[in-house]
Design a protein around this ligand. Structure first.
Ligand code: KIV
Length: 287
């Protein structure tokens, strides 16, 4: 039998927005990961991740696209529902896709609301600095928690001229600090900082009272986030310097598949242990 009913367990307390805010002072640092499906979300939750993000990175790591721009609200919602069914403890955040919030705060609220209703999310994340603060404020006023995202914002890949480290110049670093403050003022409860020099991320972290969650932003952030296929060693595309691979599951999958193919071809699988006998079928229907 598949599904959540398969292994009834004692209820676990969900990670909440107030708890995430409090972790800035109280610690320990927040551990956030991306997930896109039920099975992976279940494992990451069991592993103790505090926050699961259905990132628009799914365009690249799930759909095989060169960037995140084509991802839609409906796609994020589809993957959100799958992850929501798995999570017992982790807080679930949905990434607002390109052009779902940029046109107007009204548009942003409509799409954030759709994501909460159709995607079963507990919060939304959106990319950008001071220019998206009005959208953040509008969404927050409706009671929807918003996570900000500054630094390398992949939805602006063309404007940035590629996936490049941001905030290397003093004036850019100052702008990032202003952006983070604007997001905090607008009501963001946490802010992702992507691909920014560690000392700049440290300055941003000190400048705001909400937790910062870094990716390629050094150790001074209040938490870290990685794409699951990156830290599990499964994604065969880009290998950014900031990714630490905690396993090589990609190689393990290839090896396991080779063994399976070999055994099928040699007639070794399925063995008796994996086959039903007539008696077992009539006695137990399906074992
Ligand atoms: O889309 C995504 O996965 C993200 C994280 C890398 C922060 O935005």
């Amino acid at each position: 039998m598949y599904g959540p009913q398969a292994s009834p367990q004692a209820p676990v307390r969900k990670v909440t927005v107030p708890e995430i805010r409090a972790r800035k002072e109280a610690g320990p640092p927040l551990a956030m990961v991306t997930a896109y499906d039920y099975t992976m979300a279940l494992l990451l939750d069991e592993g103790g991740a505090d926050i699961v993000l259905v990132g628009d990175s799914l365009g690249m790591v799930v759909q095989g696209l060169p960037n995140t721009l084509p991802v839609t609200v409906d796609e994020i919602c589809y993957h959100g529902r799958a992850c929501a069914r798995a999570l017992r403890r982790a807080h679930l955040v949905g990434d607002m896709p390109f052009m779902s919030f940029q046109a107007s705060p009204k548009d942003a609220l409509k799409n954030a609301g759709k994501m909460m209703k159709d995607g079963a999310f507990e919060a939304v994340k959106l990319e950008g600095g001071a220019e998206v603060a009005p959208a953040v404020r509008k969404i927050v006023q409706a009671g929807i928690p918003v996570m900000g995202h500054v630094g390398l914002t992949p939805q602006s890949v063309h404007a940035m001229g590629g996936f490049k480290v941001q905030g290397k110049r003093e004036d850019d670093a100052d702008r990032l600090i202003r952006d983070a403050r604007a997001l905090e003022d607008a009501g963001a409860y946490a802010i992702v900082i992507e691909a920014v020099p560690a000392d700049v991320a440290e300055r941003i972290t000190e400048a705001v009272a909400v937790p910062t969650i870094g990716i390629g932003a050094g150790v001074h952030c209040d938490g870290q986030v990685l794409v699951c296929y990156d830290f599990l060693g499964m994604f065969r595309g880009l290998r950014p310097k900031f990714v630490k691979r905690y396993a090589e599951l990609g190689d393990a999958v290839v090896e396991a598949t080779r063994s399976y193919v070999d055994e099928v071809q040699r007639g070794v699988f399925p063995a008796d242990a994996h086959s039903f006998g007539l008696k077992a079928v009539s006695d137990k229907k399906t074992a």
